[in-house]
Design a protein around this ligand. Structure first.
Ligand code: UFG
Length: 323
């Protein structure tokens, strides 16, 4: 059985939908940002907090858990600057509790959701796993701290782990039954699609004077179902003992500017966007594009869905939402 912590959230719920095809799954989520209805009905659901040690002990004693996948983090960069305690408490302290309970119960396989935010403002065009990590906000720091803890626990206690550094997760499940739903929404693609549906008046482009060809920020958008398939491969690699400690980037290897993303949304939907140029948003690097060569060469994973597919799937899902 696999324990998925944060399995009611955006990325976790997409992973669970794939994982239930081959494994028994138990989801633990405190539903502060996740959605109960997004959890596949084939999974066992427990509402609770990963920082609650007694509750975790009960779960580990009751179910034969062989691996843990951990998605239960707060992930808004701006909020982490304003309220770092919230981020260190949940993303670091609660994760430490989870790891401690795992080890006490002899569960030694862990898959961790890390982030491109660990790189801070990189000086290279293509970021690989050897690129120096230097976070510029508490969110990125919180994730990098856990990566360090995992390396130390691997050396000292034989904890096996894969940390996956996501670039810009986007899109929705091909069934259009689950998708990206944050409140408040801060991410570019849902904001554009909500505007095209008439739920927002304008799209504000945060900065048009970056050192990029069109002056807007470049990101590497990765389909959430491609992220899910990478987790399945990482889990297989741990369970088969092919890997015992690894960090991988997950991206498409292609960068799109904010303007290009808006244009692609217009192309997919056939609707013209209402766009205004705005000030830069604090903490935004100009360009973040991943090399995912390492996970391709070691586990055979590569992204299969391009930006057009990401937006097509997101659009199908957004059209069914009641805002
Ligand atoms: N953007 C706009 N207008 C908006 C929203 C976003 O111009 O209304 C821009 C941002 O400035 C940025 C790009 O669109 O240049 C993408 O922004 P998102 O908020 O969608 O995503 P981020 O790149 O800021 O953040 C994502 C994840 C974080 C993670 C980070 C790693 O959401 O959790 O990547 O770099 F930390």
């Amino acid at each position: 059985m696999i324990l998925v912590v944060g399995g009611a959230g955006y990325i976790g719920s997409h992973l669970v939908k794939e994982l239930v095809e081959t494994e028994e799954v138990i989801v633990l989520d405190h539903l502060s940002t996740g959605h109960r209805e997004a959890v596949d009905s084939r999974a066992i659901f427990v509402e609770g907090n990963l920082g609650n040690e007694a509750e975790l002990q009960l779960i580990f004693k009751r179910y034969p858990i062989k691996a843990v996948m951990h998605f239960a983090a707060f992930s808004l960069v701006g909020e982490s600057v304003i309220d770092p305690l919230k981020y260190y408490e949940n993303n670091v302290a609660s994760t430490l509790t989870l790891l401690k309970v795992m080890l006490e119960n002899h569960v030694k396989n862990f898959i961790f959701s890390s982030t491109a935010a660990t790189y801070g403002i990189p000086t290279v065009d293509m970021i690989d796993e050897k690129t120096a990590t230097s976070p510029i906000n508490p969110y990125g720091h919180s994730k990098l701290l856990i990566e360090q803890i995992l390396a130390d626990f691997h050396a000292a206690y034989g904890l096996n782990y894969v940390a996956l550094r996501y670039f810009n997760a986007a899109g929705a499940h091909e069934s259009a039954k689950i998708g990206e739903s944050h409140n408040p929404e801060t991410h570019l693609i849902p904001i554009i699609l909500q505007q095209l549906l008439g739920h927002r008046e304008k799209i504000a482009v945060f900065g048009s004077d970056y050192e990029t060809p069109d002056g807007t920020c470049i990101r590497d958008y990765i389909h959430v179902d491609d992220l899910a398939s990478a987790h399945i491969l990482a889990l297989e690699a741990l369970l088969s003992e092919k890997k015992s400690a690894a960090i991988y980037n997950l991206g498409n290897g292609l960068g799109y500017s904010v303007k290009e993303v808006i244009e692609m949304c217009e192309k997919v939907t056939g609707i013209k966007a209402n766009v205004e140029m705005a000030e830069r948003r604090a903490g935004d690097p100009a360009r973040l594009v991943a090399s995912s060569e390492k996970i391709f060469s070691e586990l055979g994973w590569k992204a299969e869905r391009n930006l057009e597919q990401i937006i097509t799937d997101a659009w199908k899902w957004h059209q069914n939402q009641l805002y």
